[in-house]
Design a protein around this ligand. Structure first.
Ligand code: PLP
Length: 428
């Protein structure tokens, strides 16, 4: 069980905040961009605190989607007619926007996938199959999402390799010295989450990568929870692979990004075969297309890719620093307010956190908390959050998780607290 650790309200330290903008953040103006927020649930104004599962979409993104289908829908790359050229140009413009967003050197290093999960599976099935061998080891951490556990487990089973796990401490921080001890001549790959979806922990991925590189080992970073909250600079991190999903970044579902260093991607076999990923096909032999198309078989998710560009532009225009400061304030307020609730314990008190407040209340099942909060119009996530081994580490069946985004307010957190008092009244 987690021992009583006093949470530091709002643990995201100033030097981790994206730097830049100093202007005030107008949350009301931001809220007006998200039509879904303006509704009632069970007769109460919606409070949406399930942002780590998926964020809501601003009107600009919704418009980009419908405008694509209204005005330029066509298949890309092969057509020579005007619409095909327009669709191709817009699709490829997203690649350039993503490149800038993550500070990659080259657009060829930006591969479109269906999401984080597919990006990890792609790397495990290609680079992993090439480099993980019998007797070798793959290192992950205790706080991985199932999507950064299972593909490596499957690979290890197939190859006769062993999955090793970096331990974490009671606060939810990786024990770095233990990670160092796990690294050896046997290590063949490291896969680690940038930000934990269950705890909010921001991991020291730059240090983790540097250490692995001392052994010549490549590292994949699962950035699903980082992309919307932190400045991601793949070159500064020296990440070999970095994956994330559009839908957690105010963009549509069904589209994600795999960043990979060019030399690595070039040396990897394709993931799927089909149209688009080929240069020439005969019944005797197929030659593969250049990057990034080698990894983009078939007609891609054109509309959602184009709308992802709008989502990134939206976040960038608001300013990540401003958003992060606002979210950090929300985390600080929530941590203080929640700690006042009798029997409530915050799970995840890491040194550096994004705006995720996971908690348990003594004697009350998280699911019951979630159901009662929903009757109050407050949407939270309950359960294991696709991190069952992490829950086991803390001796918990699950937690209740409130995760905050740019459009949330302190008043909404107060609604959560009122709802929790109602839970206590009804169930304790
Ligand atoms: N990794 C982390 C840390 C996540 O939080 C999630 C989703 O919650 C995933 C991976 C999987 O993302 P997706 O379902 O978009 O592929």
């Amino acid at each position: 069980m987690l021992t009583a650790v006093q949470p530091t309200p709002g643990n995201l330290t100033a030097d981790r905040l994206p730097k830049g903008e100093d202007l005030a953040f107008d949350v009301d103006k931001v809220r007006a961009d998200f039509p879904i927020l303006d509704q009632t649930i069970h007769g109460k104004p919606l409070v949406y605190f399930d942002n780590a599962a998926t964020t809501q979409k601003p009107m600009a993104v919704i418009r980009a989607l419908s405008s694509y289908y209204e005005t330029i829908n066509a298949n890309i790359h092969r057509g020579i007619h005007t619409l095909a050229e327009k669709a191709t140009a817009e699709y490829e413009a997203t690649r350039e926007t993503v490149r800038q967003f993550i500070h990659a050197s080259l657009t060829e290093e930006v591969i479109f996938t269906r999401g984080t999960t597919e990006g990890i599976n792609l790397v495990a099935s290609t680079y992993g199959r090439q480099h993980v061998t019998r007797g070798g080891e793959v290192i992950i951490s205790t706080m991985e999402h199932h999507s950064n556990i299972v593909p490596w487990q499957m690979l290890c089973e197939e190859k006769g390799a062993t999955l090793r796990v970096m331990p974490i401490d009671e606060n939810g921080d990786i024990v770095f010295e233990e990670y160092e001890k796990l690294l050896s001549e046997k290590t063949q790959f490291v896969a680690v989450v940038h930000v934990s979806n269950s705890l909010g922990t921001i991991n020291p991925v730059k240090r983790i990568i540097a250490k692995a590189h001392e052994y010549g080992v490549k590292v994949l970073v699962d950035g699903a929870q980082a992309a919307a909250h932190l400045d991601v600079d793949v070159r500064d991190l020296d990440a070999d692979f970095y994956v994330f999903s559009s839908h957690k970044l105010y963009g549509p579902t069904g589209i994600g990004i795999l960043y990979g260093k060019k030399a690595l991607l070039e040396a990897m076999p394709p993931y799927q075969g089909g149209g688009e990923m080929i240069k020439e096909v005969s019944f005797e032999k197929t030659t593969y297309n250049e990057l990034p198309y080698k990894f983009e078989a078939g007609t891609p998710n054109i509309a959602d890719t184009i709308a992802l560009k709008t989502a990134i532009e939206y976040v960038t225009r608001l300013g990540k620093a401003r958003v992060a400061r606002h979210e950090n304030e929300l985390l600080r307020h929530a941590t203080e307010a929640l700690t006042e609730i009798p029997g409530l314990r915050i799970v995840g008190t890491a040194r550096e956190k994004i705006s995720v407040a996971s908690f348990v209340i003594e004697g009350i099942h998280p699911q019951d908390i979630g159901i009662i909060l929903d009757t109050q119009g407050v949407a939270v996530r309950t359960g294991h959050h696709c991190t069952q081994p992490l829950m086991k580490r803390f001796g918990l069946p699950g937690t209740t998780r409130a995760s905050f985004a740019m459009y949330n307010t302190k008043e909404e957190i107060n609604r959560l607290v009122t709802g929790l008092h109602k839970v206590l009244k009804m169930l304790s």
